[in-house]
Design a protein around this ligand. Structure first.
Ligand SMILES: [Zn+2]
Length: 246
């Protein structure tokens, strides 16, 4: 009898946990790499004589994204890697978010990493920063766009609970990126983790970080960024951060 009681008690303790699986938990099984801008949307641009003319953010983002994709696929053949663009085409922010929203989170969660390069009026501005969505921006998770596999995952929580879980995970992942980049990308400095009201982050139905890897408007950083060896290094460091989420 005592055994039965103990079993019932332990079931009661386990059941609520089992019923409320965190759909955004680590490790992730799907990685979405988003090369910022593209096509008629060049992003930041700067005319640097040492680079032989105008340097476009869209091209550098795509190059780093492709290098990152190769690195993570080589190291983790079982990981699903999806790129929002693989060439210099324009992809709207809504399309990028729709790609993220359509991912099934049934077995393992997913992570969205958007790659950008900053620019500022002050030429001295430099460093990398990690952007996440503003915590007060509520993501709609359960609607007609929700993949079938995700309905049961999302339905076991309220919308507010899901957003809390998503905000918590965004902070954890942003910290992983910030720590990894701070310790491994010694040529630049951290400007920290910032919450920003950005469409692509607000619409992502999964943990999402936007990494501004450096400033195209800063001469020292631009000199590094136009060098493919440095972009490979950036991709390696981003891969090391992603590794910690797998
Ligand atoms: Zn950008």
């Amino acid at each position: 009898m005592r055994r039965v009681l103990l079993l019932m008690l332990s079931l009661l303790m386990v059941l609520p946990l089992a019923a409320a699986v965190d759909p955004f938990s680590l490790p992730v099984g799907t990685l979405i790499i988003d090369a910022g801008h593209g096509g008629h949307d060049p992003g930041a641009s700067y005319n640097w004589p040492f680079a032989g003319g105008v340097v476009w953010e869209r091209d550098l983002n795509l190059d780093i994204a492709k290098r990152l994709s190769v690195l993570v696929k080589l190291a983790h053949p079982q990981l699903r890697v999806i790129m929002t663009r693989e060439d210099d085409t324009f992809i709207s922010l809504a399309e990028r978010s729709a790609i993220a929203a359509s991912q099934s989170l049934d077995s393992k969660g997913a992570l969205f990493v958007s790659i950008h390069i900053n620019s500022a009026q002050a030429p001295s501005a430099q460093g990398f920063e990690i952007l996440i969505k503003r915590q007060d921006k509520q993501v709609t998770l359960l609607d007609e766009l929700t993949p079938l596999d995700n309905i049961s995952l999302f339905a076991s929580h309220s919308q507010a609970q899901l957003n809390r879980l998503l905000n918590n995970r965004n902070l954890v992942i942003a910290s992983i990126f910030e720590e990894t980049m701070s310790s491994q990308l010694l040529t630049t400095r951290s400007r920290g983790i910032k919450e920003q009201d950005l469409w692509v982050l607000n619409q992502c139905r999964m943990p999402a970080v936007l990494v501004e890897v450096g400033f195209l408007s800063n001469e020292a950083e631009a000199r590094r960024l136009v060098d493919s060896t440095y972009r490979q290094r950036v991709a390696q460091v981003l891969a090391a951060a992603i590794e910690r989420c797998l």
